[in-house]
Design a binder for this molecule. Structure first.
Ligand SMILES: Nc1ncnc2c1ncn2[C@@H]1O[C@H](COP(=O)(O)OP(=O)(O)OP(=O)(O)O)[C@@H](O)[C@H]1O
Ligand SMILES: [Mg+2]
Length: 301
């Protein structure tokens, strides 16, 4: 197979064209990724490991000349909470957004490397980006409910994606999602009021309920508690602990205590590099790398 794509020109759409499905060329889970015109083949057995929720290898992100992520490789295990930590500007949000292709529309963003969900390359040209976002949901840093009713905020996704059959089923999904997000009791009598009328903490739970309603497998959260008071933060943290029974969660947090409370593992980033990854206690209490040590002891950040 010849690869017609040479240098990527900074347009993320190009990325999809650089990923080749080697149909008829042996292992269907082994893809060819073009990088700077060279074609390489994945030989890593973990690539096709369905027991891994997500697999990322040698991920690079450039925003124009800014090399924001420099060859990050980290696995995400099923039903874990993986916390991404590190000083401001180190690339946590950038990496998180790569996990469900939210960087695709960013002008000048270029993504290289491999990101797979249960052995499937989510950047494959044949992989529908809508499906990526259905399977990998996202909760943003600031609560961002749609300018619609509470009910419609939740119902929108399942209706759009045809996940429910009829109003009764949709009602059920709305109720269940709100229950799981710990919001039902507070809003059950005002389902048709605007979601934007809720408090910040309630809006964030509404956004989590909205993400859950699509039945994703992975939920990405970018500092979901940064604008919340301690009570709302506590509610969300309890919710994350509950969610990991059914979902896999990748969360960005600056808060060491929060990471210790909710996460199983920490991936520590510094200036676009993944410095170390390991069990939360080990990384926070017994970091191996000097940069991590300085961050956790409050010297960087
Ligand atoms: N949309 C964008 N366009 C251009 N550059 C960007 C964009 N988003 C991020 N960057 C750059 O990429 C680098 C990493 O930014 P990113 O937002 O991922 O960091 P972060 O670790 O999430 O920081 P913070 O803790 O402040 O949220 C920074 O140098 C930033 O300026
Ligand atoms: Mg960020």
């Amino acid at each position: 197979m010849t690869d017609t794509t040479t240098e990527m020109d900074g347009n993320v759409a190009e990325l999809r064209n650089t990923v080749r499905d080697p149909k008829g060329q042996g292992d269907p889970k082994s893809y060819r990724i073009s990088k700077d015109g060279e074609t390489t083949r994945h030989e890593d057995a973990a690539w096709a490991d369905k027991d891994l929720k997500m697999y990322t290898r040698d991920v690079h992100v450039h925003y124009g000349d800014n090399h924001a992520i420099k060859g990050v490789s980290v696995d995400v295990r099923p039903n874990e909470v993986l916390a991404l930590m590190g000083p401001s500007g180190c690339g946590k949000s950038t990496f998180l957004r790569c996990l469900n292709r939210m960087n695709d529309p960013v002008p000048n963003a270029r993504i290289d490397g491999t990101i797979a969900l249960e052995g499937e390359n989510i950047y494959d040209k044949d992989y529908d980006v809508v499906m990526v976002r259905l399977r990998i949901g996202m909760v943003a840093q600031a609560p961002n409910p749609f300018p619609k009713s509470i009910y419609e905020n939740i119902a929108f996704g399942p209706r759009l994606h045809g996940l429910t059959d009829g109003k009764e089923e949709l009602d059920e999904v709305v109720e269940n999602s709100l229950r799981r997000a710990g919001l039902w009791e507070e809003v059950k009598d005002q389902l048709h009021q605007p979601g934007t009328n809720l408090s910040g903490g309630q809006q964030q739970r509404l956004c989590i309920a909205r993400a859950i309603a699509n039945e994703p497998e992975v939920i990405l959260m970018d500092e979901p508690c940064s604008s919340l008071d301690p009570v709302s933060t506590n509610t969300i943290e309890e919710l994350i602990m509950e969610l990991k029974k059914s979902f896999t969660v990748v969360i960005v947090t600056h808060d060491m205590q929060q990471a210790e409370r909710v996460s199983d593992r920490v991936a520590y980033f510094h200036l676009g590099d993944l410095v170390e990854v390991g069990p939360t206690n080990a990384v926070i209490r017994d970091a191996q790398d000097q940069r991590t040590k300085e961050y956790v002891s409050g010297h960087i950040g």
